[in-house]
Design a protein around this ligand. Sequence first.
Ligand code: 5GP
Length: 143
Amino acid sequence: MPEREPTIFDRILDGTIPCYRVYEDDHVLAFLDIGPLSLGHTLVIPKERVAQLHELSDDAAAALGRVLPRLCRAVMHATGATAYNVLQNNGSAAHQAVRHVHFHIIPRFEGSGFQISWEPGSLDEATAHEIAGKIRRAVSHEP
Ligand code: 5GP
């Protein structure tokens, strides 16, 4: 695996720069995003230092999965939001700026500035069979 450049989140994990921490356990740290899209915008990161989700070990992924719903509930409770997005970007084409796996929990309020541009295409039968088959085969060849 290629050497990964240290990121700002390494410095947060190492304690060399501060954060507004909201949760921590042996595998996970959660803290407020410094450029929030809405009140309570929270980042949830694994302590395992990899850039993208597909690089994460099963154990680190399980630790994140175990705590994410609880953190979503806490963010909703604290902000009063009844809607939220969980956003997880991988790679620069997907707008990932910090190359350390992170989940955004973004509370949503009527009229808040965050927009998602979603332009759905269509799925024809031949394409669907082909790509679904490729994905099934790739999943089944995973160790
Ligand atoms: P990405 O685009 O990589 O999914 O999002 C990275 C997020 O990290 C951005 O929302 C940005 O505001 C946040 N961020 C970048 N640097 C810092 C920092 O030093 N502290 C905190 N708390 N958040 C940061």
